[in-house]
Structures are given as structure tokens and as C-alpha cells.
Design a protein around this ligand. Sequence first.
Ligand SMILES: C[S@@+](CC[C@H](N)C(=O)[O-])C[C@H]1O[C@@H](n2cnc3c(N)ncnc32)[C@H](O)[C@@H]1O
Length: 287
Amino acid sequence: MTTPVSSELGQFIPLHYHYNMLNDRARMEGFRAALDYVVRPGAKVLELGGGTGVLSFFAARHAAKVWCVEKNPALAQEARRILDLNPHGDKIDVVLADAFDYLPPEPVDVVICEMIHVAMLREKQIPVIAAFKERYLQRFGPPLPVFVPEALVQAFQPIQHPFTFSGYFAPTILFQDPEATHDDTAPLSAPIVYQTLAYDETLPARCEWRGTLTFDRAGDFNALRFITKNVLAVLPDEGRTIDWFNQYLIVPLAQPITIGTDCQLPLAFSYRPGDPLEALRPVIGEA
Ligand SMILES: C[S@@+](CC[C@H](N)C(=O)[O-])C[C@H]1O[C@@H](n2cnc3c(N)ncnc32)[C@H](O)[C@@H]1O
């Protein structure tokens, strides 16, 4: 039996999981700082995929009007309830709609979209924003609004990882907190950037890399670690960006390979943004 796309994890995020997102300090502080910078007093703002409404709340502290679009009816209802418990809720319209279809009633200055999973898998950030820009330009013409996040940098890194849990060896996909140190993971080279994009430019149909790996140290190469950096805002005057990293994703290889520092290995992977995790299958030896 195939799972309908609308029920796939990533498209449908249960209410209790939103607690983890609200509790993720790096995510919350990053978005709050970015929205404090990007949303000018009196701005019009659209949020695609509003969840509990928290990012719309950050925006509404400066904006004149916010449209917060959420397609899960239970969440849209919960967002309305929670927003009404906070200041500025009166400036926010919660709209029960699909972000693939919705357009605001008038041009907006800022679009917030956080449908982001590590490696841009599972959630539909890139296709949602690509479709939105096309419809928006048809209806309102240029300029496009500023996007939060503004840009994306994706990298991967060959690693040696034990995959042992209280003595149980389980080489399976896993996640790592980007803020923590991971002494059991041995990087075998520096991270390799495989994709950069700015949301106001043409967006890619695939996330992919094909090339030859070289290694800084010898070891048992048994996994790739994927690193997703979201550039929430660019602050040119201060010469810095406000960034938020997703949880790292570790994908085990089908077969570990013992490598030396002089080793070179062809590697390739290719998947569509929004694909399920299983679509990310590194192929070694056919680059
Ligand atoms: C990762 S959550 C982020 C929620 C909120 N923006 C936040 O930062 O806490 C993504 C949200 O997008 C919603 N969503 C997913 N696909 C959607 C779609 N096509 N249209 C509208 N909302 C969607 C999900 O239900 C979920 O609430």
C-alpha cells in the first residue's frame, strides 16, 4: 500500500512535534533575529506553513499585517488559539489553505517559509517557493518579496561512525544535534558543498553531486553526514548572516570501505527536494 503524499511525515507534522520546534532554541532565536532585521515597521508579510504561528508572531511585532497559511486544519485552529493568547494576534489572519495554491490578497514585502528538513528531504520548501514565485509574479508582477530564509547551503562529509547503541549494532539513518560535539563520529574529510541557492533566484529541480572523494585521514568510511545551513537573513551592513542549521543527517553506506589518505572514490547521489529520506542513496564507484 502506498502512503498518500498528504499523510507522509514531513507534509503532515503532528501537533505534538511542534513542541520540539518551539523548544529548539537555535531555530527560534535565529528566526526571531532574522525577522527583527527583515520585517520593517508597517510591512505586509505572508507565512507559508504557519504551524503554531510562532514565526507569524515574530513578524507581527513589526508588521502591519500577516497572513499565516496552514493546510492542517487542527494546526490552523491551534495557531489561532495560541496567537490570540499573545500580543499582535489581531494583525494575523490564519488561513486554512494549501501553500501550493494560496496567494495573499495584495503584494507582500516578506515571505516566511519554514518547511525545511535536513538535506531538503521530506518537506516541500523548494517546490512550494518555486510555485509561489510563479503565481505571485503572474498576479502582482515584480519585485518579489524578501524570503526568510533567504538562501541555503548544503554540504556532505564522509565519516566513520560506530552505529552502536548500548552494544546493539544498527547501521541505520540517524540524526545529530548540530550544536553538540560528537566524539564518536570521525570526519574523514572536510565538508563538501554540493548546493547553494538563493530563494529569489531560479530554484533547482534536484539536489545532487557527482565527483571524486579524497580523504584527509585513513579509516573505515561507512557513512555520509549531510549538513544543511539555512541563511535566514543577510546583514550586509554588518558583514554577517543569521544562520540556522538543521539536525545533521547520517546515511550509512551499503558497504563500509577501508580507505587510506591517498584513496580516491567516485561518488554520486541525486534526489528531488521533498523526496522521502530513502531517496538519498549514495552510489559509490559510478561517478
Ligand atoms: C516545519 S513546520 C513549521 C511550522 C512553523 N512555521 C514554525 O516554524 O514553527 C511546517 C508547517 O508547514 C505545514 N505545511 C506543510 N505543507 C503545507 C502546505 N502545502 N500548505 C500549507 N501548510 C503546509 C505543516 O502542516 C507544518 O505546520
